[in-house]
Design a protein around this ligand. Sequence first.
Ligand SMILES: [Zn+2]
Length: 424
Amino acid sequence: MSERLYYSDSFLATFDAKVTDVREVARGDGESVWQLALDRTAFYPASGGQPMDYGALSAISRGGAALEVPVEQVEEDEHGEVWHFVRKPLTAGTAVRGQIDWNRRFDHMQQHTGQHLLSAVFLKELQVPTVSFHLGDSVSTIDLAGTVPARHSLERVERVANEIIGEDRLVSVNYVARAEAEAMLAAGILRKLPERDGQIRIITIADCDRNACGGTHLRSTGQIGGLLLRNVEKVSRGVRVEFACGLRAVRAARADAVLLGETAGALSVGAADVPGAVTRLLNEAKSGAKERQRLREELAAYHASRLAVEVPIQDGLRLVERSWKDRDRDYVKMLASRTVSAAPETVVIFCAEEANPARVVMARSLGLEFDCGRVLREALAELGLRGGGSPDLAQGEVPIAQADALRRKLAEVVRRTVAKAAAI
Ligand SMILES: [Zn+2]
């Protein structure tokens, strides 16, 4: 079993080791990946919520050539062995030098140690325990029990955490027996204890937090650099708090500043006036939409009375057929209702051809013995299309190319039906 060098020295970036085992894993894309086990490793495998390390292994081949293989993935199996995923096989017994991607590791240690600190401060300041946490390649979060804390409480937690970072308190590692760890947990001096036997690894932030953890940590809180709380949202079992530490916090704050600057620029206001400007715009949009609707209704009423004048009643029927390429379907429907209610003995067959398929609307005045829903449904069904509605008003969709033919067909049915009713 591989000796885990990061347990005793999380700042070890280069190490010498021997390959103890190799196995080939065929992947779906036909390429092979080899998994190497080493007698000792500084590579952190994906586990415990902390992302894995990347890096490289270098070796001297039998022919004497220097060889370097990137380590693309590091995982531990159920027996506790650590496997390094590479694209070239190295035989067991090969001496290798491992080099981990230090920038990535240091960033993870900042986020991880920052998480210990943040969880401790949330517990101390707001009495809310951490239920779980996630350290991602770009976003880190902790899930807290309870409801979303007030803004001033979040600001206090952030301030206290940063004060502890500024005090550069020692972060230390020691091991205790399981029974002792359980006693510490019961006494309330250990924040968390995982389900595992044997020696328990305890991470202590001086005068702040004690936590059982197998991850990699910084030597002191000052190395966290700084901690920024970001998005806070309600989730199914509590509250999710996004945070960033170190340069990540700086990058996140910079990205936010750029976004805010662009938004303020687009609104032609200063950054501090963005919320007010957005509220004003939303209110204007709301009242604009209301006014537009009122004008549309007014227009539809005038439009309806003009159509009634344009088309006289012939043989007991005013049949108004129209198509528009520049009117939306809601307006055309409103116009249909207005026209048949404004003028007696009227049937309208309207088409909104603003989009394809076109919307066909059919409506009739009260008193006409005529079922718009049935007539339209049957006419559409002949074209393999669907639609329908009530006897008063019906709608359907038809490809623009077939819209004129459909309208003519509907007009013919309407004339025939009304003529037949008049004859009786
Ligand atoms: Zn930890």
